[in-house]
Design a protein around this ligand. Structure first.
Ligand code: GAL
Length: 339
């Protein structure tokens, strides 16, 4: 077990790094944001991260962090629950993004337990934080599988509230300048189209015969510049896909020809936000690479964005004393392309 000091925040608080390790996988996690800072499969680091805590503190790319209370956007920074209107902090134009001004990514989490292969972070998000109701006790347990990383999220609240937790890790299995040359498959026949503020319109449309279709693996960049309104609105992919089936199942597969690594994402969630890193602006990464536009891609398993305001979407409301529990795993294997 290795625990070390990663850095000091502007508040003076110390941030620690924790290492999880088995014979295939090595993961470095920070208590700041319960963040995945590095994830190595057979020695190859496949995620984006910073070396310096100041970059985590000042950046707005949410690298590797846990996102909460509510991932993605809430339209008009408000919602109604039990006939009461809640007003949130608008940090993305008129809307709330990734929890508000200080989302869960911007707090130092407590460590409840830590072994060589798992760690559990916890945090109490007090009632009224960012405008949400209920004292919410959140747990995020990272655990190694034989060849991967699992994330189990739990939460319980003392009043009805809204919860949609995810992890914002950017993957680049090649470790070179772009994520566009990775193969991606998403097990989804439908997606939720967005408006100009990147918020779902409420429709659920088929991906068939559009550049949104990833049912057959294709390069991330294959259709990304097509004249297709949905891609133009977001400057690439930034869409929630409706994962086929239910229960714990495979949701997407990402692979790299160059490094012969394949990653399967499994989840019990109903949606996955495929974000092709369109807002990355060239921040210096931990390995000396500049994280330019589309350097990494996120597969954020989640409830549908803005579901709290959209009757057609499954409700993200967590009732008082009910237990929220959800699991996502990123599993790696060796991928040998056909000669
Ligand atoms: C993603 C979101 C993007 C962008 C990004 C952070 O989850 O879908 O629109 O906000 O986070 O830069």
């Amino acid at each position: 077990m290795e625990k070390s000091i990663f850095g000091t925040l502007s508040s003076g608080a110390q941030v620690h790094a924790y290492l999880l390790k088995n014979s295939n996988v090595e993961v470095t996690l920070l208590d700041y944001g319960a963040t995945v800072q590095s994830l190595k499969y057979k020695g190859v680091d496949v995620v984006l991260g910073y070396k310096d805590i100041k970059q985590y503190e000042s950046g707005d790319d949410y690298l590797g962090a846990v996102i909460g209370r509510v991932a993605n956007r809430i339209k008009g920074a408000s919602f109604t629950l039990n006939k009461k209107k809640y007003s949130l902090y608008a940090n993305d134009g008129k809307n709330t993004l990734h929890g508000g001004k200080n989302g869960f990514n911007a707090y130092v989490w407590e460590v409840e337990n830590y072994t060589e292969t798992e760690i559990k972070f916890k945090r109490l998000s007090p009632a009224k934080e960012e405008g949400f109701s209920g004292n919410l006790l959140v747990g995020v347990r990272y655990y190694l599988t034989e060849k991967g990383l699992g994330i189990e999220y739990t939460a319980v609240s003392d009043a009805d509230t809204v919860v949609n937790l995810t992890n914002h890790t950017y993957f680049n299995l090649n470790g070179d300048e772009t994520a566009e040359n990775m193969f991606l498959k998403i097990n989804a026949d439908y997606y939720t189209p967005i408006d100009k503020n990147l918020i779902p319109t409420g429709e659920v449309l088929p991906v068939k015969d559009t550049p949104m279709d990833f049912n057959w693996a294709k390069f991330v960049g294959k259709d990304i510049e097509e004249e297709f309104e949905q891609l133009e609105l977001a400057g690439g992919y930034d869409h929630n896909y409706v994962i086929k089936g239910d229960g714990f199942r495979e949701c997407a597969v990402l692979s790299s020809g160059r490094k012969n690594i394949l990653m399967r994402c499994f989840t019990d969630r109903e949606g996955v936000q495929f974000y092709s890193g369109n807002f990355l602006k060239g921040e210096m990464g931990k390995d000396g690479y500049e994280y330019k536009k589309r350097y990494g891609v996120c597969l954020e398993t989640q409830s549908f964005p803005n579901a709290v305001n959209e009757k057609a979407f499954k409700s993200p409301v967590l009732k008082k004393d009910e237990v929220y529990k959800t699991v996502t795993e990123y599993r790696f294997e060796d991928f040998l392309p056909v000669e």
